[in-house]
Design a protein. Structure first.
Length: 289
């Protein structure tokens, strides 16, 4: 087995370590062994998985491939369809065990593993208070951090770069899909993941979340704190979830509800300039004082 640890979530994968070492995004998250800790999720390759008949409950088309989802007896089945290849996946009701018919000798195994592990992580961690969100996020040397959410092209990455340029000790944690996790002590943390979009930021990093900013382009900079019900709606839009899998869906809803009770969520109307970064940073720096 090969072990990964993402957002303090342990994954055991039945592949060679060499397979994941050849990908720059997974290398920072590899672990030498079980280290006396039981895996939170097991991913099994080279399993026989029969095709599922009937119409899928859900279809997604991320980045040029189609993903079809079925539910049967509480278990989840998925087809990840590439050009000339279908990769099948089966997960139990809690995503504790995820089986796939992918094999290490497949010509596009690196792409398959990236997709399989993203699905396995995103939905297994929902049972541990975690969610994968579409966000650009930053951390500070004092341990705090902020997440910028909104639709594609709204300026999330641009705002992170403004922090890197103008906010002392700021660093990029992830630029596309960080994990957000409600920890047992009630604190909410941002974590780097192996998935960071077009920006190669694959850091085994964390920051305590002190502010979430819903980005909106505007002629002037302003900041408005959202009431929890509106904050929940905005965070829902930015969260990766499978509505056809009610078990994980309910867990994600519970986590988001708890997050907006603990972390302030703001509407940041802004221009891409230093003053906007100072406005959001001021909200984070002043939180809890």
């Amino acid at each position: 087995m090969t072990f990964l640890e993402i957002a303090d979530w342990r994954m055991a994968v039945s592949c060679s370590r060499q397979l994941l070492e050849q990908t720059i995004n997974f290398k920072p998250f590899l672990r030498d062994g079980a280290e006396g800790r039981e895996a939170d999720c097991h991913v099994w390759l080279d399993r026989e998985i029969a095709p599922i008949e009937g119409e899928p409950l859900q279809k997604a088309c991320p980045d040029g491939r189609d993903i079809y989802i079925w539910e049967k007896g509480g278990d989840i089945f998925a087809d990840i369809r590439y050009v000339g290849k279908v990769c099948r996946l089966h997960a139990d009701a809690g995503w504790k065990n995820v089986e796939t018919d992918a094999r290490e000798e497949d010509a596009q195994i690196v792409q398959e593993m990236n997709d399989i592990l993203m699905l396995a992580f995103a939905y297994s961690i929902s049972f541990g208070g975690g969610v994968l969100i579409h966000s650009s996020c930053v951390g500070l040397d004092d341990g705090s951090g902020a997440a910028f959410i909104g639709h594609s092209g709204i300026g999330k990455s641009t705002h992170s770069r403004l922090w890197l340029n103008y906010v002392p000790t700021a660093r990029l944690v992830n630029d596309d899909q960080p994990a957000l996790r409600l920890m047992p002590d009630g604190k909410v943390f941002l974590f780097g993941t192996p998935w960071s979009g077009k920006t190669p930021c694959y850091r085994d990093d964390r920051a305590e979340l002190k502010g979430i900013f819903c980005m909106e382009q505007a002629p002037e900079n302003s900041l408005e704190r959202l009431v929890p019900v509106k904050a929940f709606g905005e965070l829902m839009k930015s969260t990766s979830m499978m509505r056809s899998d009610m078990a994980s869906y309910r867990k994600i809803i519970q986590t988001l509800s708890s997050v907006v009770e603990r972390v302030p969520v703001y509407r940041l109307r802004n221009r891409p300039e230093k003053e906007a970064a100072e406005l959001s940073y001021g909200a984070v720096a002043g939180h809890g004082r």
